[in-house]
Ligand binder design. Structure first.
Ligand code: ATP
Length: 249
């Protein structure tokens, strides 16, 4: 069995994410792509994330019609940081020896890989599939590797050309490139455009997700990106719902 973990904030999930997952699943014959919404990844803490439950609910809607796609609670909030290396190891413990695990990621996110927790160990733990994204050069992937894994330019003549082939294999890391994704959509753009009607939003994300955003009045803070008030009220309404359930049990 071939499995990929696709991590992100998914705030909200959009058609770019689905295209990435579909392309990877087709090319690498993946049986399952787990969409793993992050709790609060350290590099995104500056922006208030929409409540985890909402991001998960939108993923459940977006992944409903592809059997290979599964929304995952692997990185659900647990009160302490979720490190990718731990998540990967946890998943590997559930797999058979003959199974294969990949980590699926866009080139913009991969560029920060050296700042992640234990990046060398993470890259040794599973193979990566790095997907192109407009505005980011896939040719820079080698430079993004943690220094210890980065071969010196002079010891690898032709390295630049090799970067453009489908695979980067260095001792301690194997990275497959998926260079044919050219979808410009981003969650940032959707958050900024949320006042548009469902019909227009549906060009960027599944209609069911657009309808959910409207119904729950997500991303309607005074300024795009300032989600504090609305997200806060939803957290409270989730908490209220939870307390109600506890009281009636
Ligand atoms: P934001 O705009 O809030 O930063 P985003 O659109 O980048 O969000 P994330 O949830 O941060 O979405 O992305 C999850 C993963 O999907 C990352 O690895 C990211 O690189 C990748 N990704 C997102 N959108 C695209 C896209 N249009 N093309 C290729 N990869 C993408």
């Amino acid at each position: 069995m071939k499995v990929a973990l696709f991590g992100g904030t998914f705030d909200p999930v959009h058609l770019g994410h689905l295209e990435v997952a579909r392309a990877a699943a087709d090319k690498f014959q993946l049986n399952t792509v787990y969409f793993v919404p992050a709790d609060i990844p350290p590099h995104k803490q500056s922006r208030h994330l929409t409540d985890f439950q909402h991001r998960f609910a939108m993923l459940a809607l977006a992944t409903a019609d592809d059997k290979r796609f599964v929304p995952s609670l692997l990185d659900a909030p647990k009160g302490s940081p979720n490190y990718t290396i731990d998540t990967v190891r946890r998943v590997k413990r559930t797999l058979k020896k003959s199974d294969k695990l990949y980590f699926l990621i866009g080139v913009d996110a991969f560029k920060d890989i050296a700042t992640w927790y234990q990046p060398e160990a993470l890259l040794a733990e599973c193979e990566f599939i790095v997907v192109s994204r407009p505005g980011f050069s896939i040719a820079d992937i080698r430079d993004a590797l943690p220094e210890k894994l980065r071969p010196a330019e002079e010891t690898s003549p032709g390295a630049r050309n090799q970067q453009l082939s489908d695979t980067i294999a260095v001792p301690g890391a194997t990275i497959y490139l998926l260079p044919d994704i050219h979808n410009r959509v981003s969650s940032t753009q959707i958050r900024a455009a949320v006042s548009r009607p469902v019909r227009q939003l549906s060009r960027f994300l599944p209609k069911t997700v657009a309808e959910y955003i409207k119904k729950e009045r997500l991303y309607t803070g005074a300024a795009a990106g300032d989600l504090k008030d609305t997200a806060q009220s939803k957290v409270l309404s989730f908490q209220k719902a939870r307390h109600h359930v506890h009281r009636t049990q």
